[in-house]
Design a protein around this ligand. Sequence first.
Ligand code: NDP
Length: 455
Amino acid sequence: MDFDLFVIGGGSAGVRCARIAAGHGAKVGVAEERFWGGTCVNIGCVPKKLLVQAGEYGAWAEDAAGFGWSIVKGSHDWNKLIAAKDKEITRLEGIYRRLLTGANATIFDARATFIDAHTLDVGGKRVTAKKIVISTGGRPERPPIPGAELGIVSDDAFYLPKMPRKIVICGSGFIAVEFAGIFNALGAETHLVYRQPLPLRGFDQDMREGLAEALAVNGVILHPSSTLGKLEADGDKRILMFGGGETLSADQVFFATGRVPNTAGLGLDNAGVTTKPDGAVVVSAKRQTSQSHIYAIGDVTDHINLTPVALGEGHALADSLFGNNPRELSLKNIPAAVFSTPPVSTVGLTEEEAAAIGPVDVYVSKFTPMRHTLSGRDRKSIMKLVVDQATQKIVGVHMLGEDAPEIVQGLAIAVIMGATKQDFDRTVGIHPTSAEEFVTMRSRTRVAGIARAAE
Ligand code: NDP
């Protein structure tokens, strides 16, 4: 065999797994056909956050007047922003590449496909490996409507040659609401078209309602409970027809309607690796596929599609296989953030999920952050604790508001440690902050949930 381990896909999961395995002494090869660091570094989390931050500067320029500054907001140069973002992404891509070579892994800038269960075609070269990891990630999926190819997806949004003056974003998941914030803040007339009554299905109801309100206050034009009919071109314009017949014309129509695992053409059949109908690789808790020496990690398995989960799975797998430290990443209480404007962050159960298990005490606080008492911006923060009534353990923490991801990251440790409401109550706040509200919520807002059935 040429390698102890061959990793297909140099994104978050693959690079971490390859680097750690090589550090444990394994002979490792990694193939990446597009860019090192994968979606997160190149066309996902990292550039997305830079674009969110670009939008924030415009809002801060407007808000400064309330603090005595006479700042003129001026215009925004999209191409300058994209060039600056590209420079940073190129730097990061180089770091990812060097992380691997520095760990003595052999890298292939090529596509790898299975010839059989131990043999790969890597850019036309036959390579054999004792163990193989599939970490090819996912890709955006357009909806099944006529003309869908006329719309853009998140991969394209990072490279638009010019800033659209009017954009329609379809969907209301992570990507849709994040980009609605970006394009709206950078000055585009932004429409959000989604089929649910509220955005972010699966999130806590108070956060969903708060986000819909915040998006509307920011100037995003919301089209809830709307299905998609077809997309047509009229010269450079795009005309979206809703399922109900209403039409919207814009410079761009952006489909943020979900992602699918990247397994097409990988030759998984040649290796006897089983997939689900959507292409996701079927794995055990130990990330083993239907072939015991082939593993799959990250978005290609389509379970919790978050970078830190992919990193954690890659690290745990490398430690298990080559570090004499068999372990699995715990998927309980994974914190997450949506970098909408303002952001939403959460750890643990929603009120609805917790209430379905048993009675819960719910604490909700909605307030104007101090900065906006002077800025005059109409922006609220919402904080919420969901407490198991029997044990008084905090089972859910949710926040919509500025700095939510920074605040919830710390609170996630408390939740994972099993902190109770009384632990939060005896924690002294840091004043004046928004975060202190989490340790000063004394009055229960409501009780929810059913009594647990006699067990
Ligand atoms: P999501 O699954 O989060 O959202 C997909 C959206 O598209 C939903 O609103 C869904 O509606 C809608 N949709 C799907 N199919 C159709 C259709 N045929 N017609 C109309 N609407 C449709 O996917 P995203 O693409 O936003 O993100 C993919 C994943 O990537 C996320 O789930 C997350 O795991 C990850 N991600 C994480 C980020 C972060 O951590 N900040 C940022 C970006 C992505 P409905 O709700 O009705 O199904």
